[in-house]
Structures are given as structure tokens and as C-alpha cells.
Design a protein around this ligand. Structure first.
Ligand code: SF4
Ligand code: SF4
Length: 489
């Protein structure tokens, strides 16, 4: 960890030109954030308990028999909040993704990275699970630094081995839950209970994901937010001067002076010039105590302004509030605010940009909900059997043979019936479909017989209705081949 005086110099002079987690030799500056405490940290803890409970129980929650969330890329099955999406619903998934992305853009334009600090799984697991385990085993920031600098002995080895064993156990648990969201809980259970030889691929994924999560939370940590997360990279284009961020009130805080300097000036033990200030310097509320920097898990100084690295974890707000209380100043020197609110004391949320995003979001959302509501529970294809012509039957009737494939998108077994709606004619089953298993498809064959007077030349368009009981699910069309000279004209 870089020494504090050196950090001060770098931060104030060139903080935008270097990364807080990389030293001048290009090596990693390991961050040892001080354990936070305060009202925001308490609120985040409470929310984290709910979110973690939700994450771990998610695979077991069902809505109308459907899992809450299933993202099975291999089998191309997707369930989002109990609504199943099939490859045939690709347009809906695409539209839903657009709605989601635009919602993030709009939310970020107004509230900055609120999501990162309060609800992002990376932050929740890092700060509320792995970091807490680290504090519990190795102690607070200063104790961790001491332990890291100490030579290897039994105590250090014991602490490190215990920590990393628990870390890997947690990573294994997270990887199992993660897989449950991808392949479903039943398949995960089979992987765990069946002989390993039957699920080599499943077990390999489990080990790979465990290693990945262990690497992320034990070693990569804030680097994931800095370099991997695409959302973090987009901040600079999403935020503007009205966006609400964790901000240092520089109008109130500057110029900074330490308690020691203020004491010396007040007691005439030193002059402004002696302490390196200009002759007409006036001081704000920041006492330059660096508590806000010491608690920051990203290793930045929020007093330098909005920065790409800041995940809005609010630890600096809590730290500064407790300092302000101690020196009898109002809380909120660091707080949720916007550049305009601090500089001009004007907080504007509904800007033209936000109005534009909201309008587009509303249109996309309405289209998405309409398409989703109108989407049938089945997907049916009826095609004339390839390579066949029409058959001539007695009484001026003609017949074509059809293949039918019906996909049941629901999670319930579904009785189905195919009815010919136009023109008038008859369906003769040749092993047709009458019931389809949940999330499955069924295929069959049938014959359509039409009287000559109902034909329209070579090609007659047939309209079928797909019914489940009395409920019509879909309308499907197909062509009927007839004799060209036998029209009803
Ligand atoms: S600057 Fe403050 S809010 Fe941002 S990451 Fe650091 S401690 Fe959290
Ligand atoms: S905690 Fe508050 S008073 Fe201390 S350095 Fe940070 S902003 Fe200044």
C-alpha cells in the first residue's frame, strides 16, 4: 500500500492520470479499506441480507410452476420472472433487452451508480460477505497491513489458510447457485447426486465457476469494477451535471486544513504562510483527515470529484458524517447530490435528456408488454408433406397430407385440437397430436379433404385454428394443392 503522504500528493496533482490501484512501477496497490460503519452501512447490510436471501432462494422459487429465473443457453430455454422465452421468441428477448438497457441508461442518468453500491452482486458479495470474512479473520485495515508485512509464521499461515478455505467454500456455494440459474435446480441436483462419471461437463463447469468466483473475490476484487464491468465503463457518457452521485461538497469543504493546522493558526503558533497557505486563505469544513479515503474499497479520494472507479458504496459518506459529528458540524459534507446542486444549489431531475429517455423507454415498454401479452402459448407449423401431390377421392373431393409440429411453451401439459376453419372441409387424423408435454413439442400427420367447389385453383389457402379445450391458441395457415382446371369458377 502506498504511503499516505505520497498518495496525497498523487491524488491532488494527477489523480485523473493514474489508477489508484496501480503504483508507479505498474504493480497492483492492494487496497486495505477500513471497516465502515454508520447509517448507510447499516441500511446496506439490511438490504444485502434480503438480496442474498433472494439470490440463494431464487432457483427454488416458482411462479405458476415456472422457475423465477432460468438462463439455459445450452438448451436455449429462458425464463425471466416466471415467463418462458423460446428461440422463437428471440424478437421478444431482444426487445426486452433493449428495454432493460434503456432503463439502466435512464436510471443512471438520474441516480448515477446507485445500483453498483446497493444491489450489484459483485459489491454485495465482495463487501458484505468476503470482506466481512476478511475483517473477522484478519482484523481491520491496520491489522491486515501488519499481517501482510509480517514474515510467514504459524499464525499468519493459519489465518491465510483459514481465510482462503472459507473463501473457496463460499465461491463453491455461489457457483452452485449460479449454475442453478443457468441449468435449473433439478439438473443441478442430478449433477450433485448422480455418479460423477455421468456429469463430467456439469462437474467441470462447477469447478471452473468456483475457481472463477474465488479468483474474483479473493484477488481481482475492485479490478472487476474497474476493468471488466461494462456498466462501469459507460459512466462517463451516462452521467451529467444533474446526475445524483456520491459527492464531496467542495463549496462547503474547501479550503481544507487539518485540525492541527487550524489549532496552530487559532493559537497563533504559525501563520498561513508558515503552513503553506496563501495570505487570504479561508477554510471550509474539510479537516483533511483522510477518513473518507481510508474506508474507500476502490482506493480513491472522493474529494477529487466524480470518478470512474467510484461504485457509490457510501462508505465515505458514513466516515465523513462521523467526523462532522465529532467536530460539531452538520453531516453531509459528502452526500448524495449533483454537480449542479453543489455548484449552483439547483437540483433538476427531469431534464430534457431524462424526458427523452423516458419517452423512448415508455414506447419500447408498451410494445414489449403488448407483444408479450399477445404471444400464444404454442408455436405451430403445419406444412404439406414434401413430395406429395393431391389425391382424388370419390364425390368430387380432394385430399392433401400435412405434417404438424406444435411447441408447448408453457410448464403444463396441454391438450390440443386442430380445427379447419376455412374453407369448409374435413380433417382426418393419421396420428395427429392431441396432447403435448410441458416445454416440449409434438409432431403428427393428418389429411385434409375438400370438396371441389371449395378449391381456388392450384393453391387454396387453408386456415387452421389450434385449440386447447374451447380456448383458441393460434391461427395457422397452409396451402392446399388441387387440380388447376378444377376451380369453382
Ligand atoms: S468514493 Fe466513496 S462511494 Fe465511491 S467507492 Fe469510494 S467510498 Fe464508496
Ligand atoms: S472525511 Fe470528511 S473531513 Fe475528513 S478528509 Fe474526508 S471529506 Fe474531509
Amino acid at each position: 500500500m502506498a504511503n499516505l503522504e505520497e498518495e496525497k500528493r498523487i491524488d491532488q496533482a494527477q489523480f485523473r492520470d493514474h489508477l489508484s490501484t496501480v503504483n508507479e512501477d505498474g504493480k497492483r496497490n492492494w487496497i486495505f479499506p477500513k471497516k465502515p460503519s454508520g447509517r448507510y452501512y447499516t441500511a446496506r447490510n439490511i438490504l444485502a441480507v434480503f438480496l442474498l436471501a433472494f439470490f440463494f432462494s431464487g432457483p427454488f422459487i416458482t411462479i405458476n410452476g415456472n422457475p423465477l429465473l432460468l438462463l439455459n443457453i445450452l438448451e436455449r430455454k429462458f425464463v425471466i420472472f416466471g415467463v418462458a422465452f423460446w428461440p422463437q421468441d428471440f424478437h421478444l428477448l431482444l426487445l426486452g433487452s433493449l428495454v432493460f438497457i434503456l432503463f439502466i441508461v435512464l436510471f443512471t442518468a438520474v441516480f448515477g451508480r446507485l445500483f453498483c453500491g446497493w444491489a450489484c452482486p459483485q459489491t454485495i458479495f465482495m463487501e458484505m460477505v468476503f470482506r466481512k470474512i476478511e475483517y473477522w479473520i484478519e482484523g481491520d485495515s491496520a491489522a491486515q497491513i501488519r499481517l501482510n508485512r509480517a514474515p510467514w509464521d504459524f499464525k499468519k499461515l493459519r489465518k491465510k489458510v483459514t481465510k482462503h478455505t472459507i473463501f473457496f467454500g463460499m465461491a463453491f456455494l455461489i457457483s452452485n447457485m449460479f449454475l442453478a440459474y443457468i441449468i435449473g435446480k433439478d439438473q443441478l441436483f442430478e449433477i450433485i447426486t448422480d455418479p460423477p462419471s455421468e456429469h463430467i461437463a456439469g462437474l467441470s463447469s462447477m469447478i471452473i465457476f468456483s475457481g472463477l468466483f474465488y479468483g474474483v473475490f479473493a484477488f481481482m476484487r475492485e479490478q472487476v469494477c474497474h476493468f471488466v464491468c461494462p456498466y462501469g465503463r459507460m459512466q462517463s457518457v451516462l452521467l451529467d451535471n444533474n446526475s445524483i452521485n456520491v459527492m464531496y461538497d467542495y463549496v462547503r469543504g474547501e479550503s481544507r486544513a487539518s485540525i492541527k493546522d487550524r489549532y496552530q493558526l487559532e493559537n497563533r503558533k504559525a501563520t498561513l504562510e508558515d503552513l503553506g497557505f496563501s495570505a487570504n486563505e479561508t477554510f471550509g469544513d474539510c479537516i483533511d483527515c483522510y477518513q473518507c479515503v481510508k474506508v474507500c474499497p476502490m482506493g480513491i479520494d472522493i474529494r477529487n470529484g466524480t470518478q470512474l472507479e467510484c461504485v457509490h458504496c457510501t462508505a465515505c459518506i458514513d466516515a465523513c458524517d462521523s467526523v462532522m459529528e465529532k467536530i460539531d458540524k452538520p453531516r453531509g459534507l459528502i452526500r448524495y447530490s449533483s454537480e449542479n446542486a453543489i455548484r449552483e444549489e439547483k437540483q433538476k431531475v427531469f431534464t430534457p435528456r431524462v424526458a427523452g429517455y423516458s419517452g423512448i423507454l415508455l414506447i419500447l415498454l408498451t410494445t414489449f408488454i403488448t407483444l408479450l401479452t399477445l404471444r400464444p402459448d404454442t408455436e405451430t407449423t403445419i406444412l404439406r408433406e414434401p413430395g406429395t401431390l393431391y389425391q382424388e377421392l370419390p364425390d368430387n373431393r380432394y385430399a392433401n397430407i400435412y405434417n404438424v409440429k406444435i411447441l408447448n411453451k408453457t410448464f403444463n401439459e396441454m391438450p390440443v385440437e386442430i380445427r379447419l376453419e376455412s374453407p369448409e372441409g374435413e380433417i382426418v387424423s393419421l396420428g395427429s397430436v392431441d396432447s403435448i408435454q410441458p416445454q416440449n413439442s409434438a409432431e403428427g400427420r393428418f389429411m385434409v379433404q375438400l370438396y371441389q367447389e371449395n378449391l381456388s385453383g392450384y393453391q387454396t389457402e387453408l386456415t387452421f385454428g389450434i385449440y386447447s379445450g374451447n380456448e383458441k391458441l393460434e391461427t395457422v395457415t397452409s396451402g392446399f394443392l388441387g387440380p388447376g382446371n378444377s376451380t369453382n369458377n
